[in-house]
Design a protein around this ligand. Structure first.
Ligand code: 5AD
Ligand code: SF4
Length: 451
């Protein structure tokens, strides 16, 4: 390894697909590879090491991996003709689920590494360089991974903190329980130590991450709400968020905390998937539409301004027009600030993929179109409703022009505003003057307006 340290900086390009968990993991991979002399670059051109951090959740995402490997093969050949070597690493959930297949289908790939093995990347890459023939590394323990990969804040002000991985819920459409494995929660002491370290580095806002984050049950504590309470007393941590949560794990203490803990931001991503009880049952979601509405109602009772975000799947096997209508009704009743919606995509090995009555693609596409028209309208309306308000905005960066800043509202909206005084990391009052579907714009208000 010492030879590698002495050589000129090598270029590392990581392409990240999928969820926030992958974004987090890519950051950690950059961290562990830095001591080997790998400096991150923004483009794959001329990279010495290319990592694809892949997503297996829908078929489209998986197919992208194989087409991307095809492009990387050309990149590698071009560089080889110039006498340069290139390593190609496939990481993430496709690596975990289809590792053997990738090795077989794509000889150009040097290493396939599953999400629990990233802390071993330096060693694994060194081994591939020695051409040992070992190309597949998956299935290490989650605990070992966390211990070896401490968090670092990318923008210095906001950070993800991964506290839980895996899922035991087994929704019938979902590959996560197979790719990320059983639920694992980090011990409370480890999470607190990491949060303190982030706060010392200047982080003001922490988003706790997990596939089923509110199912957290780490050793040394009393569940997720208890953990949030312990994090909220850390000095320097001004804002807490979490994702992704499951409706069945929205416990009474967690709902109450949304009313009692000002550091807990009034935004919650709570996937519902469908408004039809029949479909929810076939999805094995463990809740019905009434239960979801009840949770949202109780959250709004304790925190009236809370913004609710969700995920939807249309065209689940057996979904009728009546089922879809129930989804549209739920959407109109609840009113979402933000939502992600997808056509159902059969995933190999999941129960829903084997269900009869798969919905015709054109029918699903048309339903998705109708659903998204409604959801996007709600998103625009939610943003437009902030115009005229003064919001506390956490400054996360500078704009291109002097005096321009950008930041985050409590409702996770991107805010662009004029302010010559504010510095990154400040929490400033901003009067919102205009809104689009994806962002707010405004100017700094007088300091006392927020009181
Ligand atoms: N098809 C379509 N969407 C899916 N999701 C998960 N699995 C599938 C699938 N097989 C969606 C769900 C989930 C989000 C992360 O991705 O809405 O909440
Ligand atoms: Fe997948 Fe359901 Fe687990 Fe979410 S709760 S990760 S959708 S199995």
């Amino acid at each position: 390894m010492s030879e590698e340290r002495q050589s000129a900086p090598k270029r590392l390009f990581i392409e990240t697909y999928g969820c926030q968990m992958n974004v987090y993991d890519s950051e950690r991979m950059r961290d562990v590879l830095a001591p080997l002399g790998y400096a991150p670059v923004d483009r794959p051109d001329d990279a010495d090491l290319v990592v694809l951090n892949t997503c297996h959740i829908r078929e489209k995402a998986t197919e992208k991996v194989y087409s991307e490997i095809g492009r990387l093969r050309l990149h590698k050949e071009r560089r080889a003709a110039e006498g340069k070597s290139t390593s190609i690493v496939i990481a993430g959930c496709v690596a975990q689920a289809e590792g053997e297949e990738i090795i077989r289908r794509a000889p150009v790939v040097d290493l396939v590494v599953g999400p629990q093995a990233y802390h071993k990347l330096p060693e694994l890459i060194a081994r591939t360089a020695r051409k040992t023939g070992e190309r597949l590394a998956a299935d290490f323990s989650a605990q070992e991974k966390f211990d070896a990969l401490p968090a670092r804040a990318p923008d210095g002000v906001t950070a993800f903190l991964s506290i839980q991985e895996g899922c035991d819920k087994f929704c019938t459409f979902c590959v996560v329980p197979y790719t990320r494995g059983a639920e694992y929660s980090r011990p409370v002491a480890d999470v607190l130590a990491e949060a303190r370290a982030l706060a010392e580095q200047g982080v003001r806002e922490i988003t706790l991450l997990g596939q089923n984050v509110n199912a957290y049950h780490g050793e040394g504590g009393d569940g997720f709400a208890d953990l949030l309470g312990k994090l909220a007393v850390i000095e320097g941590v001004d804002r807490l968020r979490y994702m992704t949560s499951h409706p069945a794990e929205m416990t009474d203490d967690l709902i109450a905390l949304h009313g009692d803990e000002p550091k807990l931001m009034p935004f919650l991503h709570l996937p519902v998937q469908s408004g039809s009880d029949r479909v929810l049952k076939a999805m094995n979601r463990k809740h019905d539409g009434a239960y979801f509405r009840d949770i949202v109602g109780r959250l709004r009772d304790v925190r009236p301004d809370i913004a609710i975000s969700s995920d939807f799947i249309v065209g689940f096997p057996g979904e009728t027009e009546k089922d879809f209508d129930a989804t549209m009704t739920l959407v109109r009743d609840v009113q979402f600030a933000l939502a992600f919606s997808f056509k159902y995509s059969p995933r190999p090995g999941t129960p829903a993929a084997a269900m009869m009555a798969q919905v015709d693609d054109a029918v699903s596409a048309e339903r998705l179109h109708r659903l998204q028209a409604e959801l996007f309208e709600q998103q625009r309306a939610f943003n437009a409703a902030q115009v005229g308000a003064v919001l506390p905005v956490l400054v996360t960066g500078e704009g291109r022009k002097a005096g321009q800043k950008h930041g985050r509202s409590p409702y996770l909206q991107a805010v662009h505003f004029d302010d010559t005084r504010a510095r990154v990391g400040d929490l400033v009052p901003v009067r919102i003057v205009s809104a689009t579907q994806n962002a707010l714009a405004g100017a700094r208000a007088e300091a006392d307006v927020l009181a």
